[in-house]
Ligand binder design. Structure first.
Ligand code: NDP
Length: 501
């Protein structure tokens, strides 16, 4: 544990393996702090390859256990439904715990916790609707059918910005189809994922169905990705780490689902309701202190409404209440940890050196609490070649640029390595559809931003990801397809050297 000698010894969180709190093989722990105050929250087990081995063995044993393997699909659905209920029962504690861990506003976390059970209910409903097909053959005496099978032990590696939601996007479909899971949460947010794993057991899943090894990416995360028993890796995090994980998975021919970074455009046309669009811009970049993959960090405003939009967004940004995320009046909490705050600060400094003008914000703050805050910031005099416009900052920093025509803004919006999401503000129906078609992003919002549902598929285009999360499509990510041929004829085989169909 760190040298905080004047404080009482903080709680020590253990791994969760085979249904049990399990100390780390190394005996070492790392510190997790509250980013709003810098206060030490707890020590978490520092996982390594030995702990991953133990978690993988527990997950494999659960996968092979007839009590799980042979459970009917409907019963699997019941378990997921019960888990959703337990999350609803524990929502306030989970929301507070996650808010303390990553600094997100308690009221945003309460909102997330209200919708979280619905992800489990959705996949509970889907569990017994997963079925194969009977395939037509040219020979009526041959039956060919398909079935979807679970993969085995699935690895889930998740970031710190919305730990419960992003982990749920992986484990709910993975469990619905009969896999078991080993999770490596972000080192900054271990607490709620460990609690979630306890609730999984409480819901009646067999011990070992969901295991959690806490620790660092380079140690526990890497060991999980490299484990020979892993059947699939599902990762949410940065594009750089995702690329390494995809390469490791490909070298062993296992699949990967990757939800990665973004630099999403939020486009305001001259015919838009500018007051609403300004709120959409604020929601897109200042909610969650900009720490969302879908942040609308590149704002394009038609020249006819550029000044008005700037004024509205800047005015609202200036009035944003920075403070304690647990306080209902707070609108902007801290960045999740000190290095993230410093990264945001260095990007804004870089923007200044590239010629950007800071219209509001542009400074770190301690939020009056000693935490890792950064002021809501608006950059202007920016263009698409600047690094602040090209690279993901993951903080409350909007770059706002004017444009003159639809073709121009489509070109600018698509001129990015990312393709996660895009916002369009217009009252012209035809333009809305044209833009939805022309923008290269997996999610398009028209006259809204940050809308999400377990029912709606989410896919990152280009460097923003591979594979689908949410919706029925996800089922394919966590199953393999088997084709079974059954010859019902008693006739002798006429010619063994000819292919059959
Ligand atoms: P990172 O890529 O740094 O980390 C994500 C997870 O991967 C963490 O658990 C991390 O562990 C782990 N990790 C790091 N290195 C390795 C490795 N070599 N092998 C295995 N695991 C590793 O991302 P952040 O945590 O900083 O998250 C922010 C990023 O996540 C942003 O880019 C954001 O856009 C993206 N994101 C994407 C979403 C989407 O749906 N597309 C949603 C939310 C976020 P550790 O914490 O110890 O480093």
């Amino acid at each position: 544990m760190p040298e905080h000698s004047t404080q009482p010894e903080p709680a020590r969180l253990q791994h969760f393996i085979g249904g049990q709190a399990t100390p780390p093989a190394s005996g070492t722990y790392f510190a997790s702090t509250n980013p709003a105050t810098g206060e030490l929250l707890y020590g978490a087990a520092r996982g390594d390859a030995t702990d991953i081995d133990a978690a993988m063995a527990a997950a494999r044993a659960a996968f092979d256990d007839p009590r799980w393997r042979d459970l009917s699909q409907t019963r699997r659905g019941h378990l997921l439904r019960r888990l959703g209920d337990l999350i609803a029962d524990n929502a306030e504690d989970l929301a507070r715990s996650e808010s303390r861990d990553n600094g997100k506003l308690l009221r945003e976390m309460r909102g997330q916790l209200t919708s979280l059970p619905e992800y489990y209910y959705y996949y509970a409903g889907l569990a017994d609707k997963i079925q194969g097909d009977v395939i037509p053959t040219s020979d009526r005496t041959v039956l060919n059918y398909t079935c979807r099978e679970p993969l085995g032990v699935v690895g889930a590696i998740t970031p710190w910005n919305s730990p419960l939601t992003l982990t749920t996007s992986k484990i709910a479909p993975a469990l619905a189809v009969g896999n078991t899971v080993v999770i490596k949460p972000s080192e900054y947010t271990s607490a709620t994922i460990l609690r979630l794993a306890e609730l999984v057991v409480e819901a009646g899943f067999p011990p070992g169905a969901v295991n959690v090894v806490t620790g660092f990416g380079a140690e526990a995360g890497q060991a999980l990705v490299d484990h020979p028993g892993l059947a699939k890796i599902s990762f949410t995090g940065s594009t750089a780490t995702g690329s390494r994980i995809a390469a490791a998975a490909a070298s062993r021919f296992i699949g990967s689902t990757l939800e990665l970074g973004g630099k999403s455009p939020n486009i305001v046309f001259g015919d838009a309701n500018v007051a609403n669009a300004a709120m959409g811009v604020v929601a897109g970049i200042f909610a969650a202190a900009g720490q969302t993959c879908i942040a609308g960090s590149r704002v394009f405003a038609h020249r006819s409404v550029y000044d008005e939009l700037l004024e509205r967004v800047t005015e609202r940004a200036r009035s944003i209440r920075i403070g304690d995320p647990l306080d209902d009046a707070t609108e902007l909490g801290p960045l999740a940890f000190e290095a993230q705050r410093d990264k945001v600060a260095s990007y804004v400094d870089l923007g200044r050196s590239e010629g950007a003008r800071v219209l509001t914000g542009g400074s770190p703050s301690d939020g009056g609490l000693g935490g890792y805050y950064y002021e809501p910031t608006v950059l202007v005099d920016v263009h698409n070649e600047m690094r602040v416009v090209r690279e993901e900052i993951f903080g409350p920093v909007a770059a706002i640029m004017p444009f003159d025509s639809e073709d121009e803004v489509v070109r600018l919006a698509n001129d990015t390595e990312y393709g996660l999401a895009a916002g369009v503000w217009t009252t012209d129906l035809s333009r809305a559809h044209r833009m939805a078609s022309r923008l290269e992003a997996g999610t398009i919002w028209v006259n809204t931003y940050r809308a999400m549902s377990p029912m709606s598929p989410r896919q990152g285009f280009k460097s923003s990801g591979v594979g689908v999360e949410h919706g029925t499509e996800t089922i394919k990510e966590y199953t393999r397809l088997k084709s079974v041929w059954i010859n019902t004829s008693e006739e002798p085989v006429a010619d063994p050297f000819v292919m059959r169909s």
